[in-house]
Design a protein around this ligand. Structure first.
Ligand SMILES: [Zn+2]
Length: 250
């Protein structure tokens, strides 16, 4: 069984560094927004799915985001366009694993009509809890679109063969999860927003925003443990790391 990972470039978000690292200065830092295509034999899954199409054009939704970020997003950067460019019909994506419910991770769901969503139970609940949704900037119009939703309680083996596994890494949001993928001869962990940057995994400052910094620090320790056991960790929004990745990890 071949299992591969293809990073999809779904635009950028830029803001002062202090938004992403507590105590940093306000020089701008550009964050790539990736989605990840996982091929498991003939089955297609995504880990996260980028931003919503309405953010490509001026309007109220884009104005809200632009209060916080400079947005780099064209129609070509939408997950549906990236899949089409790769020769894949977005309607053929059967599974979307959601790391968490922030707009830059779930916005593409509107372009993926037939996906079953795999999300941690407490993350999905937070998305519909008025207080937690407000505190974590979770917007149901991004993700409450009628997809089948499988709510997970901890680790989950996506295809039942141990190759692709959801790993709870809470803290950034209540039910954040990362994804461990066993390739032919190595293990890769897509960290998502448990660790924005490579340096976050090595003691770098956490972002000032976040649901629970103590939980997030413990989750980072868990990821470091996987690295110590041989896994390659890929942080969620690190441009330098993304630049080193091949088109297909196999
Ligand atoms: Zn996030």
């Amino acid at each position: 069984m071949d299992v591969t990972i293809e990073p999809l470039d779904c635009g950028t978000l830029t803001a002062g560094r202090s938004m992403f690292e507590a105590g940093a200065d306000d020089t701008p830092r550009e964050l790539p927004v990736p989605a990840w295509l996982i091929r498991h034999g003939d089955e297609l899954a995504l880990f996260d799915c980028g931003m919503h199409a309405e953010l490509t054009t001026p309007g109220p939704a884009r104005e809200v985001i632009e209060l916080f970020f400079e947005l780099g997003l064209t129609a070509d950067d939408l997950v549906g366009a990236r899949l089409t460019a790769a020769g894949i019909d977005p309607a053929d994506i059967g599974i979307v694993v959601l790391s968490h419910l922030h707009f830059d991770h779930v916005g593409g769901l509107a372009q993926l009509p037939n996906a079953r969503l795999l999300v941690q139970r407490n993350e999905w609940a937070a998305g519909f809890d008025p207080d937690l949704a407000a505190a974590n900037t979770l917007n149901p119009t991004d993700f409450d679109l009628g997809h089948d939703v499988v709510q997970l309680d901890g680790e989950h083996d996506v295809f039942g063969d141990g190759r692709v596994t959801c790993i709870p890494t809470p803290g950034h949001t209540p039910g954040h999860q990362s994804l461990r993928v066993r390739l032919a001869d190595r293990e890769v962990v897509l960290c998502a927003d448990c660790a924005y940057f490579a340096e976050t995994l090595d003691g770098g400052a956490l972002p000032p925003i976040g649901h629970d910094h103590t939980e997030q620090a413990a989750s980072i320790e868990r990821l470091r443990g996987l690295r110590a056991a041989g896994a390659t960790l890929i942080p969620g929004h690190d441009a330098a790391v993304m630049a080193t990745l091949p088109a297909t990890l196999r």
